[in-house]
Write a protein that binds this ligand. Structure first.
Ligand code: 0X9
Ligand code: ZN
Length: 332
């Protein structure tokens, strides 16, 4: 195998992620990476300050007992509203992902009433945002190992910890691009939904399936906009439409700073890998199912500097808003 050293000095890159300026404690800082405790109090504060647009709920408890908070954004309505479900932080080390979910919530609240697309979106649809899915893993990347990817579940008979939550969904489970070795970073788990965090999300989506019309999951890195399938190279029944929407969303993203994105089905655009949330949601009946792989393409990788949070989130907003408006106009 050919290899190339992308990061010569990892420690320096780890430290370089954080902006040099003093970390502010007064107001919430969306341009810094926030730890789980900060995100938890942010969720509580956002809900308390915006009762007319946000409700929160706990959709589950992680393996190590942390709460999984879900925000529901939208103007309350007497008739049932279609919804979009978006999660961030499936993979612990992909810090730009939770940063984007937080950015999205902030933008939704601050532009509701002035931005016509956002106003109409929240008037006619609900957006569920799960800012950190893999809460145990995310916390672990702050306290122990910045490069941790998986959950933190223990398995009898192995000293290795965690399963890959994006190999643990019930979609061609562990058939391809996943490992049965608990020590692997792509370990698929003991069975589909063995990870309580995955089960909590799957249960929520199953329970709300009649309203959920789109599923968006945010990862990093590689600058890709993926859609089903990843567990097979067969094309999804809605391939053409999914590709058309992905390309238009990626164009919207590129229009801001020229960041290049590639769109396509996961199996051929990144690699075949079963057990992913996007394929699972799609096969369940959520037609508009997308995986974002945010910046960059490997210069910093998971250690994307904080100075790139703002541009990354701003450009990604355009793509997510494009998909949301499309779904809004193409109810099914
Ligand atoms: O391998 C993954 O889970 C994702 N890439 S990442 O580098 N963030 O780990 C890609 C997921 C694509 N979708 C599926 N494999 N279902
Ligand atoms: Zn990921």
């Amino acid at each position: 195998m050919k290899h190339e050293v992308l990061i010569e000095n990892l420690q320096e890159a780890v430290e370089g992620q954080f902006n040099a300026k003093e970390r502010s404690t007064e107001i919430y800082n969306y341009e810094k990476y926030n730890n789980l405790q900060q995100i938890e109090s942010w969720v509580a504060n956002m809900a308390a300050a915006n009762p007319s647009l946000i409700t929160t709920s706990q959709i589950g408890t992680s393996y190590e007992g942390r709460r999984m908070h879900l925000l529901k954004l939208g103007k309350p309505s007497s008739s049932p509203k279609p919804a979009i479900f978006m999660d961030c932080g499936i993979h612990a080390r992909e810090w730009i992902s939770p940063a984007f979910c937080q950015w999205f919530v902030k933008e939704a609240l601050t532009t509701y009433g002035s931005d016509s697309a956002m106003t109409s979106l929240l008037n006619t649809m609900d957006v569920y945002v799960l800012p950190v899915l893999n809460v145990d893993g995310y916390d672990y990347t702050w306290t122990n190992n910045r490069m941790w990817r998986k959950t933190r579940s223990r398995k009898s008979g192995s000293s290795c910890i965690g399963a890959d939550p994006n190999r643990n969904f019930d979609a061609g489970w562990c058939r391809i691009g996943a490992s049965t070795n608990p020590c692997s970073d792509t370990y698929c788990g003991a069975k589909p939904e063995s990870e309580v965090e995955v089960k909590a999300v799957a249960d929520f989506i199953r329970r709300n399936l009649s309203s959920i019309k789109a599923y968006i999951t945010v990862h990093s890195y590689s600058q890709l906009l993926l859609f089903p399938y990843s567990y097979t190279t067969a094309l999804a029944p809605d391939h053409e439409e999914l590709l058309r929407v992905a390309k238009a969303a990626a164009n919207a993203l590129t229009s801001l700073y020229g960041t290049q994105y590639t769109s396509g089905p996961g199996a051929v655009t990144i690699y075949p890998a079963a057990g992913g949330s996007d394929d699972w949601a799609y096969d369940l009946g959520v037609k508009y199912s997308y995986t974002f792989e945010l910046r960059d393409t490997g210069r910093y990788g998971f250690l994307l500097p904080e100075s790139e949070i703002r541009p990354t989130c701003q450009e990604t907003m355009l793509a997510v808003k494009y998909i949301a408006s499309y779904v809004q106009k193409n109810a099914y």
